[in-house]
Each structure stands twice: as C-alpha cells, then as structure tokens.
Write a protein that binds this ligand. Structure first.
Ligand code: GRF
Length: 201
C-alpha cells in the first residue's frame, strides 16, 4: 500500500474528504503524514482526530526555502512517502522538491486553470464576471498552478453569488473531485505526456 503525505496550511476540509475516502476504502492508500507550515492549522486537529502523524514546521526557523524544503524531503523519505497531496498548502514547492517527487505531487485549485491562478482563484473569477468557473486538480511542477491537468469540474456562477456562496459550491465539488484524482494517482492510472495526462479507467 502506497503512503501519501497531505500538506495543508489551514482549515483542511479537503484533508477531511481524503480521510473519509481512505476510510471508506475508496482510495487504496494510507495517509501516513499530514504536514503543515502553520502550527495552529485546523487541519492538524483533523489529522490528530484521525490518528494520523503530523509534522508542523515553522518556515521562519529555516534560513532559506531550500533548507526548509530539504528538511521536509528528508522527513518524507524517512517515512517512505510515495505521494505528496497539496490541499490548501500556502507555500511554493521548490525545484529540488519537485524533482525529488516528479509527477508524484498534486494540487487542487479553486478555478479552471489556466484562468485565475494564485491564492484568490474564487474571488478573481467572480470579479472578472465569468459565468462558469470550477476546480482543477493538477500535477505540480516548478511553475505556480501550471502543471499538467488531471481532472477539472465546472461550477456555474449565479447572478446573486457572493464569494462565500460560490466558495461553498466550489468546495463541495473539490471534496468529490480530489479523492477521485488521488485514487487514480495511487492506483497508477495516470501517465503524463507533455502537458497531457492520460487516464486509464
Ligand atoms: C481549497 O479551496 C483549495 O482549492 C485551495 O485551498 C483551499 C483549501 O481548503 N488550494 P481546505 O483547507 O481544504 O478547506
């Protein structure tokens, strides 16, 4: 059985959806570690409740991002982590980390990439006036929110949507889409050809 580490900086609702999918046997893998750069992230409470080991690392204790990444990589290797699942992790993964886990790091983004990259995907889509937005699960490469796309799902924007109401529907979709993408990943059903991800179902 493969080992996943889930990286979170905040609330951890996607972590919770992944834990539930693992417990239901929908994802045939172990969440062996939850990593956070934020010692008081609620995601860590969720991990503890689920009996998952945690690693909370304060970035300010490291001189450079490379040192911080190197420390995390060492810890992941020690725990024999096969896959890295970013779920609301607010730090950029450096090039060395990306190459150590090539095509083994995935991220979820609350917009239809390549539109609305960055930390305000929901707000920016709403402000732009799009009628359709959604969710993207993608592999992580050296560029922000730019790696090959695994799955996407659409969400219609309503005329009276606020950031909160739209976010609620986006998160609901995330909680279905991410477990499905992680299942495909750990079952080795994904192959990357340039920008394209081929899925064997
Ligand atoms: C999600 O909207 C995800 O798309 C983005 O960060 C948010 C994390 O939410 N990358 P949560 O911490 O999983 O509730």
């Amino acid at each position: 059985m493969k080992n996943c580490a889930v990286f979170c900086s905040g609330f951890g609702s996607n972590l919770q959806a992944l834990i539930a999918a693992v417990n239901r046997g929908r994802i045939p893998a172990r969440i062996a570690l939850v990593v956070s750069d934020c010692v008081d992230a609620y995601a860590l409470v969720r991990a503890k409740k689920a009996g998952i080991p945690i690693l909370a690392v304060d970035r300010s204790e490291f001189k450079t991002r490379e040192d911080y990444d190197a420390y995390i990589i060492r810890r992941l290797k020690k725990q024999a982590i096969d896959y890295v699942i970013l779920a609301g992790y607010m730090r950029i993964i450096g090039p060395r980390f990306v190459s150590c886990y090539k095509n083994k790091i995935v991220n979820i983004h609350p917009a239809l990439l390549p539109s609305f990259k960055g930390v305000h995907g929901i707000k920016d889509a709403l402000a732009y006036g799009v009628k359709i937005t959604g969710v993207t699960v993608h592999f992580v490469d050296a560029e922000l929110d730019a790696g090959p796309i695994i799955l996407q799902g659409a969400v219609a924007v309503k005329a009276d949507d606020t950031e909160d109401s739209l976010a609620r529907r986006i998160h609901r979709l995330e909680h279905r889409l991410y477990p499905e993408a992680v299942r495909l990943l750990v079952q080795n059903k994904l192959s990357v050809k340039g920008r394209n991800v081929l899925i064997r179902r």
